[in-house]
Design a protein around this ligand. Structure first.
Ligand code: KIV
Length: 262
């Protein structure tokens, strides 16, 4: 997978799959899976560090996770999120953040927002770094948006998102994530741009889909957004395995003689 494959897949109507990856051991597993590309998303602030939003992700935190993923998934195309405010303090600071992520092994960066990010995106692309846009529900702006709400509901708001996607394409983005918009808006944005769109809660007509790995694996049984499909019940699976280990230790059934050095 590379930036050219993304566009080729859109032209050929072949959907693109992306999944988040935050750490080395899951990167090693995902490196052997068929999934097209990995996103070191700033959602790791919530999933891996227990914060209540992505606002707490920092460049240092992101860079550390990118390195762990890159060492575990050498065959995958890795996109790293530019964290909260790293794109809002001027071009030089933005480029410093890009450098921190790319030197850890990312192949591209993802930036939340549209028209207000165009200048920075242009400069990053000129520097030879592929940029993925992210519009719709942009979790770094969660306080400004007033919570996790579906975006682009009215006609005016939908048109604003379409214009934003066109601006991102014009700035040189090779793909655009669309998060939590009505299905028809996901389709209209996808039709309005030549670069592939990757949806999460944006319906089936985007050019690809992205999910948080832990969500699709069912690690948190209480997290049930409408757009999520669970492909495993890891919470129950892990609980069962660890409880079985505990009882075998307590009941002196682990370790056996075969599991002991002579
Ligand atoms: O940080 C993240 O995981 C994301 C995806 C949900 C698109 O940005």
């Amino acid at each position: 997978m590379n930036v050219h494959t993304f566009r080729k897949h859109k032209q050929q109507g072949r959907k693109i799959s992306m999944v988040t990856c935050y750490d080395h051991w899951s990167a090693r597993i995902l490196n052997r899976c068929d999934v097209d590309c990995l996103l070191v998303g700033d959602s790791l602030a919530v999933v891996m560090h227990g914060f209540d939003s992505t606002v707490q992700a920092t460049v240092e935190m992101m860079a550390m996770h990118v390195g762990a993923v890159a060492r575990g998934a050498p065959d995958k195309f890795i996109i790293a999120d530019m964290p909260f405010l790293s794109c809002s303090r001027g071009i030089d600071k933005g480029l410093d953040a890009v450098q921190a992520l790319m030197t850890q092994g990312a192949h591209a960066v993802k930036i939340e927002g549209d028209t207000h990010q165009v200048e920075l995106i242009r400069r990053i692309v000129e520097a030879g770094v592929p940029v993925m846009g992210h519009i719709g529900l942009t979790p770094q702006s969660i306080h400004g948006l007033g919570g996790h709400k579906v975006q682009g509901k009215g006609e005016e708001e939908a048109q604003r998102l379409i214009n934003g996607a066109r601006a991102l394409q014009g700035a040189g983005c090779f793909a655009i994530v669309i998060e939590c918009v009505p299905r028809v808006v996901g389709r209209c944005i996808t039709e309005a741009v030549n670069v592939p769109t990757i949806g999460i809660g944006a319906g089936p007509e985007t050019d690809g889909q992205v999910l948080v790995l832990h969500d699709l694996l069912g690690v948190n049984p209480d997290f049930k957004p409408k757009f999520l499909r669970r492909y495993a019940d890891s919470h129950d699976y892990i609980t069962e395995a660890v409880n079985r280990y505990h009882s075998e230790v307590v009941e002196e059934r682990f370790p056996s003689l075969e599991e002991s050095y002579g």
